[in-house]
Design a protein around this ligand. Sequence first.
Ligand code: GDP
Length: 321
Amino acid sequence: MDLNKLFLNIQKGEISAISEGITLIESNKNSLIKYKNKLLELCLPISGNACRIAVSGIPGVGKSTFINEISKLFIKENKKIAILTIDPSSAKSGGSIMGDKTRMHDISKSEKVFIRPSPSSGHLGGVNIHTKDAIILFEAAGYDIIIVETIGVGQSEFEVKNITDFFILLTITNTGDEIQAIKKGIIEITDLIVINKSDGNNIKKSQILKRNLTNHIISKNKTKIETCSSLKTQNIDVIYNIISNYFKKNIRTKKFSEKRKLQRIIWIEQKIKQQILKDFYKKNEIKKRIRKLSSGIEKNKLNFNNEINEIIKLYKSKNIK
Ligand code: GDP
């Protein structure tokens, strides 16, 4: 594998090279780890310059329609956008017709836009261990804006917060998910709440929700709240200005680079943890112990605590077969 050539072509922004790089990065094959890490090593020094935006919300709330609209304004500003989106065929529909619909249809043909779908399977609703690596690659390829879409499932919001700069929570009236977001502490990490589908009969209800949320939030933090209609392209420009002002104001500050540094540390820790655990669970003795523990649970015949402690002891010792 000629990684230097691949990297040079990624740097030039060649679509086929970017696709090849992303496929390599997303691979779980052990034999490819050294290539994957080498590619990241080449990309890292020229990465870190994009505005990274997270868009989260339950299925059907309008994430892809919203991303489609907001991206058009970035394209107008001559920005290149990479969108890490959720593969619609793997997403639970939750009332929306996601299956065969072409998501983000207007922007998908633009040469300034690269859309990378990933399966929504797993507990992190679209964010996975490869997402941060993909961001690094897109930055090396010269993308100015990276949008990471996630299905709000609780943990995913916190994971995506660790790899992005600006967190948008999309909501609509009558779902109650904003109450969940308040309960789970998601509002605290949210930079902007967007109440979507504020059109037709929904305008009044959206305004009420905005007022209620404002009352809840005002004393607590700096989260902004806006209503919009992605379908009718209403108030999208206001939201665009909030996002771009945030980056204009913050991107060169010390606080911002400190945050990036901290995110990098978390990423390095995760990389190491991921490799250590992968090797650990591959050991025959560990596989055997875990199987024994599992069948013991089935037969209701074991001392769970002791067994777990034994496995942890093995983890700490260096002599596992
Ligand atoms: P996602 O699952 O969160 O990506 O949601 P989609 O963007 O696929 O939208 C789900 C459905 O809501 C689609 O039928 C959209 O046309 C519709 N939709 C999205 N935004 C709006 C909006 O602002 N107003 C209205 N009335 N419908 C919308």
